[in-house]
Design a protein around this ligand. Structure first.
Ligand code: TXD
Length: 312
């Protein structure tokens, strides 16, 4: 039987996640959105690409969750973008309400699914989904690190004029400008990148990576990136559905690793059929530890705002 993936939010990221899953013939896809007609229309349009592209998966759209029943994976991209006059906390509350209701509905119909969160603020939304679902940490995973690392690898490959495939790198921490690209753990086919790129250029690349999302928003003006984010999400989906056991940087619920308990932070994990099958604890030096602590504090700040609201 074919695998089944639900994508909640049929916007820019969601529709492209559906497209990439279909293109790779990974699973049947159900798109869910609150806007009437949009998931149905995009679903049918994607289905009709099948004869040309040569895929036989089914793609459908819906405004409710019944057709999502029995999904192996539910990807949540539903959310609002920040509008003028909206504070960061306003967005936090608006998107946490959306993620809460999406998670409740999705797990009602797919109690054994693996949840992949995409909605921002990412690490806080993972926390909401985990609280609402009560799932073990193996089944609630946030997408951010694969994207951040892809941006970092792109810039390094551009700098060196080499294949992006030869760059191996790791970005830790929360998704945002406090992320921690680990220069010491970055290499080009085994050659430490610090031997190939001078420190000032490396620092500039790390900075550009930290602002990678904002750089694209500045160009697009009316939205944020979606091609690379959807590619990153589908790399995670594929590793799970094919039980590839790729080691990828993802937001995971830490249970003592890196000295953190009860927060989602980007760390390297093994992704296989059961979801997160292992969390890797990388040895960090003092400077890296300080950057990660700073990043974790930023995630904690948002989660504390949510906890306060829930307690009120
Ligand atoms: O690295 C990452 N994690 C990210 C995160 C990379 C890129 C985008 N990132 C975040 O994903 C972004 O900040 C947003 O929070 C989400 C979705 O981004 P996208 O670019 O796809 O936004 P769109 O195009 O506005 O799509 C959002 C859709 C839109 O169709 C809404 O109608 C729908 O979400 N929506 C809902 N769907 C279902 N259920 C509810 N309640 C709902 N509310 C809105």
């Amino acid at each position: 039987m074919r695998k089944k993936v639900t994508v909640v939010g049929a916007g820019n990221v969601g529709a492209n996640v559906a497209l990439r899953i279909a293109d790779k013939e990974l699973a049947d896809v159900v798109l869910v959105d609150v806007v009437e007609g949009v998931p149905q229309g995009k679903g049918l349009d994607l289905l009709q690409s099948g004869p040309v592209e040569g895929y036989d998966v089914n793609v459908t759209g819906s405004n409710d969750y019944e057709p999502t029943a029995g999904s192996d994976i539910v990807v949540i991209t539903a959310g609002l973008a920040r509008k003028p006059g909206m504070s960061r906390d306003d967005l936090l509350h608006a998107n946490s309400a959306i993620v809460k209701s999406a998670t409740e509905q999705a797990v009602k119909y797919s109690p054994d699914c693996i949840l992949i969160l995409v909605t921002n603020p990412l690490d806080a939304m993972c926390w909401v989904a985990q609280q609402v679902s009560g799932f073990p940490r193996s089944r609630v995973i946030g997408m951010a690190g694969v994207l951040d690392t892809a941006r970092y690898r792109t810039f390094l490959a551009m700098e060196l004029g080499v294949s992006v495939e030869n760059i191996t790198a790791l970005v830790l921490g929360g998704h945002g400008d406090t992320m921690v690209p680990l220069v010491r753990h970055t290499n080009v086919s085994g050659i430490p990148v610090t031997e190939l790129i001078p420190e000032d250029r490396l620092n500039a690349i790390v900075d550009r990576t930290r602002n990678g999302g904002a750089e694209i928003v500045k160009f697009l003006k009316t939205g944020s990136a979606y091609y690379a984010p959807s590619a990153a999400t589908v790399e995670m989906v594929e590793s799970i559905l094919k039980d590839k056991k790729k080691v990828l940087p993802c937001a995971a619920l830490l249970e003592g690793e890196y000295g953190v308990n009860g927060l989602f932070v980007g760390v390297p994990v093994k992704l296989g059929a059961s979801g997160i099958e292992k969390v890797y604890e990388v040895q960090l030096n003092d400077a890296e530890k300080a950057m990660l602590a700073h990043s974790t504090a930023a995630v904690k700040e948002l989660v504390d705002v949510l906890k306060e609201k829930m307690g009120a």
